[in-house]
Write a protein that binds this ligand. Structure first.
Ligand SMILES: *[C@@H]1O[C@H](CO)[C@@H](O)[C@H](O)[C@H]1NC(C)=O
Ligand SMILES: *[C@@H]1O[C@H](CO)[C@@H](O)[C@H](O)[C@H]1NC(C)=O
Ligand SMILES: *[C@@H]1O[C@H](CO)[C@@H](O)[C@H](O)[C@H]1NC(C)=O
Ligand SMILES: *[C@@H]1O[C@H](CO)[C@@H](O)[C@H](O)[C@H]1NC(C)=O
Ligand SMILES: *[C@@H]1O[C@H](CO)[C@@H](O)[C@H](O)[C@H]1NC(C)=O
Length: 276
């Protein structure tokens, strides 16, 4: 008499066949997955993102930056702006002229610093890129003049004329201007705050992000890249009032932020200077 057990051990019964089928099937799927991942990774370039929106207008950010985009302080209370000063000092440390001279080049202004050859000959597998990395241009801290923290180490906060630094987010390969026209920043007050904002001063002059800082070749390729900055100094802002400020980039190649992407090419923040 043949028992059930013996039957199973002999020729595989249907449940055994199904198990075997699934085993082979899943092994095959796993193999496909690994192979696909492997090929994908082979096509990725360490130096450039594989896919990127072509006409992306980058966002902007301010310094000093807290949790919210809100800068509130009292002129007479040192401790209310001390943190802001520390934040700016730390942020600007790599912009020191001495450091810039060591790491970066003094580039011809108002034109792109194009180094396609160095970017293309990057062959990570041969470590050749080590010798061919694109150079970067100097952005000296002193170019921020009154907002450099050197001539006035309190960046105007102690006198109620605060400086705010603005940067444009990095986008690899972006060309932010044509015909030698550098993009520039303008700030304005929202709605009813326009009287309270007062006059502004921009550094470098005209609030430009010079073309020489573009195109950007990426963090890994352009190791010493120093992001250009624009400083805005509020010369006569009203005290004890909320001022809603919006700064935006003006460029003849970047498209304005649309309703869909309100943060493209602009940043809004609240400024409040208390008199005591
Ligand atoms: C940059 O300069 C400031 C003031 O001049 C100094 O306190 C700071 O240590 C310097 N940072 C570096 C990295 O040299
Ligand atoms: C930066 O500062 C150094 C030293 O003061 C100077 O030699 C260099 O020309 C400056 N670079 C730019 C781009 O202004
Ligand atoms: C980056 O800066 C270092 C000095 O800190 C310098 O030796 C090096 O040549 C620079 N590299 C590039 C690609 O600019
Ligand atoms: C600033 O803009 C004015 C007017 O557009 C121009 O005449 C001047 O040369 C610019 N200054 C700098 C330093 O770019
Ligand atoms: C500063 O702003 C006040 C109004 O808030 C105005 O009366 C005054 O004329 C302004 N001063 C300058 C130098 O613009």
């Amino acid at each position: 008499k043949i028992t059930n057990k013996e039957k199973r051990e002999g020729s595989p019964s249907p449940p055994g066949l199904i198990l075997l089928f699934y085993l082979v099937f899943y092994l095959f799927l796993a193999g496909m997955f690994v192979l696909t991942m492997y090929i994908m990774l082979l096509t990725l370039d360490d130096y450039k993102p594989t896919w990127q929106d072509r006409l992306a207008t980058p966002g902007m950010m301010i310094r000093p930056k807290g949790d919210q985009l809100e800068i509130t302080f009292s002129v007479s209370e040192t401790e209310s702006w001390d943190g802001l000063i520390q934040n700016l000092n730390t942020f600007l440390s790599p912009y020191n002229d001495s450091y810039q001279v060591q790491t970066n080049d003094n580039c011809p202004p108002d034109q792109y610093f194009i180094q396609e050859d160095s970017a293309e000959v990057n062959l990570p597998s041969l470590s050749l890129s080590l010798f061919l990395k694109p150079r970067s241009c100097q952005f000296n801290r002193t170019m921020l003049e009154e907002c450099s923290g050197i001539s006035d180490r309190f960046y105007g906060y102690s006198s109620g004329q605060p400086c705010i630094l603005i940067k444009l987010n990095r986008v690899i390969g972006m060309l932010p201007g044509k015909d030698g026209q550098s993009p520039y920043v303008t700030c304005g007050a929202k709605r009813e705050d326009s009287d309270s904002m007062g006059q502004l001063a921009y550094y470098p002059p005209n609030g430009t992000f010079n073309l020489m800082y573009y195109p950007y070749y990426g963090k890994k390729a352009q190791v010493n890249y120093t992001q250009p900055l624009v400083a805005v100094k509020f010369l006569n802002a009203s005290m004890n009032t909320d001022i809603n400020v919006e700064c935006k980039i003006n460029s003849n190649t970047l498209i304005e932020g649309t309703e869909r992407d309100k943060f493209a090419g602009r940043v809004s923040f609240k400024l409040r200077i208390n008199s005591k």
